[in-house]
Design a protein around this ligand. Structure first.
Ligand code: HXC
Length: 254
């Protein structure tokens, strides 16, 4: 149900359950977690998620599986989804959601947990849980407002409406629209940062992440700490020297 392959510096995770529009059963969420853990042991520089087939990235939690759960099972389900997607917050390299079609509910929550989102122009996105009498449970109420602001997040979550790829780009829900195949576009996006040193990428992500939950005075201290750590890396010495010597830097991730 989840395919994990390595292509050079990239790990590619494909949700592969097209007959159910790649819906997130408990089993598939666990498999995503296992795939992320396995990829963490690889020497990679980016992690790309996509959905099998042309129709869907992921249509959300498996609605048929949600029926008839008891309270404990439901709570455990929400926590499982949250824990698996939270792995991406601290994953050692940036992640990219290549949104090839529908991304609804838990599918959009997975995408919003990724560092980048790139969408096919025909992709459609939304958090339609309200239409089922539910609310998002895999991080959507927390990540979406941080990405697009409280007003727009409330608009999406309380109406459950579907957002086109164009609107998603306009409101900052996705970073880019793909021209041509979205998976290839995701690989091209990855190529824009995979040549940089991993420490600097990690420090930059950590600093920006902290801006979301930290008063600015404390956030500035964190930035000073992390920028000092970046400055002390061999990569920084190499990057500065390469500029002065008018050559391309060769970063060594140290
Ligand atoms: C289980 C699903 C599914 C889902 C689609 N399917 N979405 N099965 N869970 N989330 C199945 C359908 O039952 C159908 O199988 C097959 O996939 C094709 O779907 P269709 O509906 O026939 O396709 P289409 O008419 O093109 O409509 C596509 C769609 C629609 C607009 C994406 O499928 C849809 O609205 N899906 C539900 C989206 C949603 O509400 N997601 C949020 C879930 S709640 P069969 O075998 O019947 O033909 C959530 C968070 C919960 O994600 C939080 C809990 C903690």
């Amino acid at each position: 149900m989840v395919d994990l392959v390595r292509e050079g510096a990239l790990a590619l995770i494909t949700l592969n359950r097209p007959e159910a529009l790649n819906a997130l059963s408990f089993a598939i969420i666990r498999e995503i977690g296992a795939a992320i853990d396995e990829a963490a042991g690889w020497d990679i520089r980016a992690l790309i998620f996509t959905g099998a087939g042309e129709k869907a990235f992921c249509a959300g939690a498996d609605i048929k599986e949600l029926i008839g759960r008891n309270l404990m099972e439901e709570r455990a389900g929400a926590e499982l989804g949250q824990q698996v997607f939270a792995k991406l917050d601290t994953f050692k390299v940036p992640s990219i959601a290549a949104i090839n079609g529908y991304a609804f509910g838990g599918g959009l929550e997975l995408a919003t947990a990724c560092t980048f989102r790139i969408a096919s122009p025909k992709a459609k996105m939304g958090l339609p849980e309200i239409k089922l009498g539910l609310i998002p449970g895999y991080g959507g109420t927390q990540r979406l407002p941080r990405l697009i602001g409280e007003a727009r997040a409330l608009d999406m979550i309380l109406t459950g409406r579907t957002v086109s790829a164009e609107e998603a780009l306009a409101i900052g829900l996705v970073h880019r629209l793909a021209e041509g195949d979205v998976r290839e576009a995701a690989k091209a996006l990855a190529a824009e940062f995979t040549g940089y040193g991993l420490p600097a990428l990690a420090f930059a992500r950590a600093a920006v992440q902290r801006s979301m939950d930290t008063p600015i005075a404390q956030g500035l201290r964190i930035e000073a700490d992390l920028s000092t750590l970046a400055y002390r890396t061999e990569d920084a010495a190499e990057g500065l020297a390469a500029f002065v010597e008018k050559r391309k830097p060769l970063f060594q991730d140290r």
